[in-house]
Design a protein around this ligand. Structure first.
Ligand code: UDP
Ligand code: MG
Length: 324
C-alpha cells in the first residue's frame, strides 16, 4: 500500500484541531486503498496545540508531530515537513480548515496519472477586495520579472510526488517563499479547483504589513530584476538630463530667454534624491539577503519529533525490501 503523508503546519490551532481530526478520520475511512500519515508541525504555539497533538499521537497510529523550539513561521514549518515526510506522495494543508482535506483523493488520482505537483486553485476567495487586489498586483509584478510561470490564486495546498519532494529538499535558502520554490522546481503540474472556506476558529495571522513583507521577500528571493530596474531608471534619468543640457546650451547661444526657477531646481533635486534612495534600498535588500544566507544557520530547530506507527512500519518495510 502507498503511504500519503499530509503535512499540516499549526500555530495556535487548538480550536481547529478537533474538527480537523474528525475530517482526517473520514479521509482514512473513505480511502482504504492508501495509508495516511498526518505530520503536524507545531510552530511554537502558545496555546494547547502541542498537548492536543501529543495526546492524539499516543492513541492514533496515523499522527506524527514535530515540535519546533519556537515560532519560525509557516514557510519554514512547511520546509520542515518536507524534510521529515516519508510518504510516496506528500500533501501540504493548513490546520485551520480553510483547505478541505476532502480534496485530497482527487489530488491522489492525478498523482497516480503521473503528475508531480497537483495544486489547488481557489475558485472563490474568502478574503476581502483589498487583499485580492494587492495580491493580484503582486502576481502581475512578479510574473513580469521572471520567465518561470507563477501559479495565480494558489496557496500551499497541494500534493507533491516523491521526486518533487526530493527536489524541494535541495533548496536550502534561508529567506524562503514556498510558492516561488514550488514554481521553480518545475515538473509536471496540474491544477484543480476548490472553494476556499472560512477559517473555523481564530483569525488569520496575515496583516497587510506581513503580506507586504512576504511580497518583498518573494520578489527579492526569486529574481534580481529590481537591480536591473534601478540601473535602467538611472540610464533613463541621465539621458533626460543630457537632452536637457543640450536644450539649455542651444537656448544660451540663440538668446531664447529661459525661465529661472528655484522651485523647479528643488523638484528635480528631490526627485533624483528619491530615485537614488530607492536604488540604495534595493541594493540593501539583496545585501541583507546575502548576509542572512552567509550565516549558514539551520532553517529550524526541532524540540521533539514523534513518527506515527504507520509511517515507521512503511520505512521498515522499504528498508527490508532494499536488503533483499
Ligand atoms: N501557521 C504557522 N506558523 C505561523 C503562522 C501560521 O504554522 O507563524 C499555520 C497556521 O496554523 C495555518 C497555516 O499556517 O495552518 C495558515 O495560516 P493562516 O490561516 O494564518 O494564513 P491564511 O490562511 O490566512 O493564509
Ligand atoms: Mg488560513
Amino acid at each position: 500500500m502507498k503511504l500519503i503523508t499530509v503535512i499540516i503546519p499549526a500555530y495556535n490551532e487548538e480550536k481547529a484541531l478537533p474538527m480537523m481530526f474528525t475530517r482526517l478520520d473520514n479521509l482514512i475511512k473513505n480511502n482504504p486503498k492508501y495509508d495516511f500519515e498526518f505530520l503536524f508541525i507545531n510552530d511554537g504555539s502558545r496555546d494547547k496545540t502541542l498537548d492536543i497533538l501529543r495526546k492524539a499521537s499516543e492513541t492514533d497510529p496515523h499522527i506524527s508531530f514535530l515540535n519546533f523550539s519556537r515560532n519560525f513561521g509557516k514557510e519554514i514549518a512547511v520546509a520542515a515537513g518536507i524534510d521529515h515526510a516519508n510518504g510516496d506522495a506528500v500533501v501540504i494543508m493548513d490546520a485551520d480548515g480553510q483547505e478541505p482535506p476532502e480534496l485530497i483523493p482527487e489530488m491522489i488520482s492525478w498523482w497516480e496519472k503521473g503528475y508531480d505537483d497537483v495544486y489547488a486553485k481557489r475558485k472563490t476567495r474568502a478574503e476581502g477586495w483589498f487583499t485580492r487586489l494587492t495580491s493580484w498586483g503582486y502576481y502581475r509584478t512578479i510574473q513580469l520579472m521572471t520567465r518561470i510561470p507563477i501559479q495565480v490564486d494558489t496557496g500551499d495546498f497541494r500534493l507533491f510526488s516523491r521526486r518533487a519532494v526530493l527536489a524541494l529538499r535541495q533548496l536550502p535558502e534561508t529567506d524562503r517563499q514556498n510558492k516561488a520554490l514550488f514554481s521553480w522546481i518545475g515538473y509536471k503540474k496540474k491544477s484543480i479547483d476548490f472553494e476556499q472556506q472560512k477559517r473555523v476558529a481564530g483569525k488569520s495571522r496575515w496583516s497587510f504589513w506581513k503580506r507586504l513583507n512576504l511580497a518583498i521577500d518573494g520578489i527579492t528571493s526569486f529574481t534580481i530584476a529590481p537591480l536591473r530596474l534601478a540601473t535602467m531608471a538611472g540610464v533613463l534619468v541621465a539621458f533626460a538630463a543630457f537632452v536637457y543640457i543640450v536644450v539649455v546650451i542651444i537656448q544660451y547661444f540663440t538668446g531664447i530667454s529661459r525661465a529661472e526657477g528655484y522651485s523647479t531646481l528643488l523638484a528635480v533635486v528631490l526627485f533624483l534624491g528619491g530615485i537614488q534612495l530607492i536604488g540604495l534600498g534595493i541594493i540593501g535588500e539583496y545585501i541583507g539577503r546575502i548576509f542572512n544566507e552567509t550565516k549558514g544557520r539551520p532553517l529550524y530547530l526541532v524540540e521533539r519529533f514523534h513518527r506515527a506507527k504507520i509511517a515507521r512500519e512503511h520505512s521498515e518495510k522499504k528498508s527490508k525490501e532494499l536488503d533483499q
